[in-house]
Each structure stands twice: as C-alpha cells, then as structure tokens.
Design a protein around this ligand. Structure first.
Ligand code: SAH
Length: 213
C-alpha cells in the first residue's frame, strides 16, 4: 500500500457522505490527521472515527470536522475563533481556509501538545490561548466566524456578542446527556437566524476554571 492511499480513501468517503467544498476536501487530504492522535492510535488516524486524545477528550470524526468546516463558510480573509482546541486538528484544518485562526482550550496539557504540533507543521496563522472559551476572546474584538467543538445546551452569550456583522457560528447544541445537533447561527441586520443541520454527540463544553492536567 502506498503512503497516499489512506488519505485518498478518506477523501472519497467524505465525498460519498456529501462533503462538496473543494477547499475543505483538500485541507482534509493535506493535514496529516495521524499526527494529531496519540501514538497507539496513529495507524487509525486516517479512518473516519473519533479517537481518544487523553484527559477524557476526543478528536472528532473526520466527517464531522469536514461537515462543520463546510457549514462555517470560511473565506481566506476571515478571522476565525475556535473553542476547544483539543488535539489541534480542527484548528489546523480551519487555519488552511482562513486568514487567522484563534483557538482556546481549557485543559493545559492538551493545549501544549497542540501548540507543539502547530510549531512542527509551521502553521503560523494560529494563535492559542489557555482559558475558558465560554467567555470568548473579548480583547480580540469581533470574529467573522466562530466554531465551538464541545457541546452545550445553548450558545454562551459572549460568543454571540463577539460574532461580527454577517458572521456565522457553528456549534453542537443540545442536552449533554443525549443527542445534540450541529447548529448554524448567522448574524443578520435584525438579530440571529438559526438552522439545524445534523444530529451528533460531542463531549461537553465546561464553563468555569481551567484545568492544569
Ligand atoms: N477541536 C478538537 C475537538 C476536541 S473535543 C479537535 O480537533 O481535536 C472538545 C475540547 O473542548 C476538549 O479538548 C475540551 O477540553 C475543550 N473544552 C471544553 N470546555 C471548554 C471551555 N469552556 N473552553 C475551552 N475549551 C473547552
């Protein structure tokens, strides 16, 4: 089997599952997902599976990463905020689609591992922060796009405040003990418009103090 095969197999599966955006498909092919998972899972890095990344957290299934990236309608001039860095994989995908990607993680060792990966891969347009993402990143002004990669019953209000005019936010919303849906919220002239896109299950968004290890 050649080096390329697992990547191509994944991209073909994503197409079959309905992902159409060529920039997203190309990012999914280029960003080495196997380098974002712990060593014991590396061989499964290109499979369409969620995998454990430590601290009780998971790297999302590639289909969900591609689906949420496509739903976010990211452009190369956009300033984008991600909540829940985790492994750093979703951040890496978004960073290839936008101008600058800001990402916040509350668990310090996860953030540090992700930062090392960004450095090794020379993803220089990613800015990281250790903290509680439910408050957003107020000293950065507003964002064109915001993605939350952990589930909550509703979108934390500071994140809606930090969405700029015409901005789009994509997040898994719903009860933490059941199914959530990927929801897309658009900031319109008169308020917010919401669409429900896909049923999913995510690890929870946890507000409050950060976690050292
Ligand atoms: N985007 C990640 C998915 C990680 S799972 C990836 O591509 O791997 C969700 C992540 O959200 C976990 O790492 C969890 O620690 C983090 N998280 C949960 N609540 C948070 C909060 N309030 N602020 C920042 N990060 C949070």
């Amino acid at each position: 089997m050649t080096e390329e095969e697992p990547r191509i197999r994944l991209v073909m599966e994503l197409r079959r599952l309905g992902i159409k955006d060529l920039n997203v498909l190309s990012a999914m092919e280029r960003v080495p997902r196997d380098e974002f998972v712990p060593a014991p899972f590396r061989e499964r890095g290109w499979d369409n599976l969620a995998l454990p990344i430590g601290n009780g957290q998971t790297i999302s299934q590639p289909h969900i990463v591609a689906f949420m990236s496509e739903a976010l309608e990211v452009g190369d001039r956009h300033k984008v905020l991600e909540i829940g860095t985790g492994s750093g994989y979703q951040a890496a995908i978004l960073s290839t689609l936008c101008r600058r990607l800001y990402t916040i993680e509350r668990v310090k060792p996860l953030l540090q591992t992700a930062e090392r990966r960004f450095e090794i891969m020379r993803l220089q347009n990613i800015v990281t922060r250790w903290g509680d993402g439910t408050r957003g990143w107020p000293d950065q002004g507003t964002f064109d796009r915001i993605m939350i990669t952990a589930a909550s019953p509703s979108v934390p209000p500071p994140l809606l405040d930090q969405l700029g005019p015409g901005g789009v936010l994509v997040a898994p919303i719903g009860p933490l003990d059941g199914e959530q849906s990927i929801v897309r919220i658009r900031r319109t002239e008169s308020g917010f418009a919401e669409e429900i896109l896909l049923d999913v299950r995510f690890v929870p968004l946890i507000a409050g103090p950060t976690h050292e290890g």
